[in-house]
Design a protein around this ligand. Structure first.
Ligand SMILES: Cc1ncc(COP(=O)(O)O)c(C=O)c1O
Length: 465
């Protein structure tokens, strides 16, 4: 990606010499100098030195209101005192016992208590591992081979889900993924109950599972119509297909019991990560006892072959300590609601700025997330978008990566770190000061983008005009 001439880039370069030096070193170590595709930013991303609450500080000493939130893991903000104390206490007692320990029992109890469908729990080290294991469990329990994946929905990076997220919507494999693996996935348009039903009937004999992000693709960027999940529950039950809710993002965020609690739908399996481990690495798969039974040793049932699952860091004591502390707060306070309330205020405030500045973008989202759509359809409003009125193509194609990059750099110059789509998760500890800082940063950046001609006359009427 080539960035255009802009004062935004010049300001960024002059503000961040230490980040620039570290990025130059990283180029010789990591592909593209980064350790996660989501951290790709030109000319380079900020190097963060420390964080607290809703804020973080870069290597050059600049302070940022943070909307990357530990990639969504930090509903309680950075270094919540209870989580930090739990980890400190545990680190002195040992970081890995290679054995069962009480904390994993207490952690599993919290998961069971909060997540309505969690009859049984198996910890993993990440969300990717959880979705991979969910698919294996579904195949083993049904004796079928295929899994339905909605276009644009993100379920981690393993082979079965490494296409159809931001490209290859036709189900062809991305480089390195076997065609045979890709053939085992049925790609479906999200939110289209009639087409989903048609595909399910066509593949029913082979279809082991359907996996879905219940708040919509990629952290809710592509909202689903309200009647879609109930229809999906009904048709999967009818055809004996395992319904997997991927609640890696929505779990413990939409509500203590995740999206399944809010929408009152009981999936067969649920994948979890991020908030579950309080900001440390961790994940889990939970669900129906009869399906999860496939993981247990077949004592007295020699005809059943066990589903293999190892993992050096499963239920790691440090993650368990952090997870227990975090889930206790999620389960006993209004943390989820606070984060959602802040996000709603922020979305409204950003739309107000867009209206005042005459820019035809839209801020939208649900629960504790916000997204900025830079190329909305002419008739779009936040309400229509949130109601699932537009197909995934509106959100996943036709984006302008250069403009997104410029917006993010401009916001960084003003002390705000947006996540890459652009938008972000909010936390229970974002404050009124964060809101003011973010709104002013947005206004200032929009004005530069307009003045320098990177965004011109509005392509659509500003929201509410
Ligand atoms: C919905 C969803 N599923 C799965 C994953 C993968 O989780 P992890 O990054 O822990 O492997 C993510 C990560 O963002 C996610 O948002």
């Amino acid at each position: 990606m080539n960035l255009p001439n802009s004062s935004i880039v010049a300001t960024y370069l002059s503000r961040t010499p230490k980040s620039a030096r570290l990025a130059a070193e990283a180029q010789g170590i990591f592909p593209s100098g980064i350790t996660h595709d989501g951290r790709y930013l030109k000319p380079y991303g900020i190097y963060v030195d420390r964080a607290r609450g809703s804020r973080k500080w870069d290597a050059d000493g600049h302070e940022y209101a943070d909307y990357s939130g530990g990639h969504g893991a930090l509903l309680l903000g950075h270094n919540h005192p209870a989580v930090t104390e739990a980890v400190r206490r545990q680190i002195e007692r040992g970081t890995h016992f290679g054995a069962c320990h009480e904390l994993e029992v207490r952690w599993g109890e919290w998961v069971q208590k909060l997540v309505p469908s969690a009859e049984r729990v198996r910890f993993t080290s990440s969300g990717t591992e959880a979705t991979m294991l969910a698919m294996r469990l579904a195949r083993a329990s049904t004796g079928r081979t295929k899994v339905m994946h909605f276009m644009g929905h993100f379920h981690g990076w393993h082979d079965h889900v490494a296409f159809g997220v931001s490209s290859h919507f036709d189900g062809t494999p991305t480089p390195g993924v076997l065609a045979g693996v890709a053939h085992s996935i049925v790609m479906a348009p999200p939110g289209d109950a009639a087409e989903t039903r048609r595909l399910m009937e066509r593949h029913a004999a082979d279809l082991a599972a359907v996996i879905v992000e219940p708040t919509g693709a990629s952290w809710g960027q592509v909202p689903l119509p309200q009647d879609f999940l109930p229809a999906l529950r009904q048709m999967t039950a009818k055809h004996g297909v395992v319904l997997i809710f991927d609640e890696v993002i929505s779990g413990f965020r939409c509500a203590p019991g995740g999206a399944q609690q809010v929408f009152a739908i009981r999936p067969d399996l649920t994948t979890l990560a991020k908030i579950i481990a309080g900001g440390l690495p961790g994940g889990a798969i939970v669900g129906r006892a009869d399906i999860m039974e496939g993981l247990s040793f077949p004592e007295g049932k020699p005809q059943r072959e066990k589903i293999s699952h190892h993992g050096t860091f499963n239920a790691n004591p440090l993650s368990a300590a952090a997870g227990i502390a975090a889930l206790e707060i999620v389960g006993t306070t209004d943390a989820c609601d606070r984060a959602s309330r802040y996000a709603a205020q922020l979305r409204d405030a950003l739309n107000e700025v867009l209206r005042e500045e005459g820019v035809g973008w839209i801020a939208y989202g649900s629960f504790s997330g916000f997204h900025i759509l830079m190329n909305p359809p002419a008739d779009a409003t936040p309400e229509k978008i949130n109601a699932g009125a537009y197909g995934f193509e509106t959100f996943k194609t036709g984006r302008d990566p250069v403009l997104i990059n410029l917006l993010r750099l401009g916001m960084l110059n003003e002390g705000v770190d947006l996540f890459s789509w652009p938008g972000g998760p909010t936390s229970a500890v974002h404050t009124g000061d964060d809101l003011v800082r973010t709104v002013e940063a947005f206004r200032g950046t929009l004005r530069i983008l307009k003045r320098e001609g990177h965004i011109g006359a509005t392509r659509r009427a500003p929201v509410g005009a």
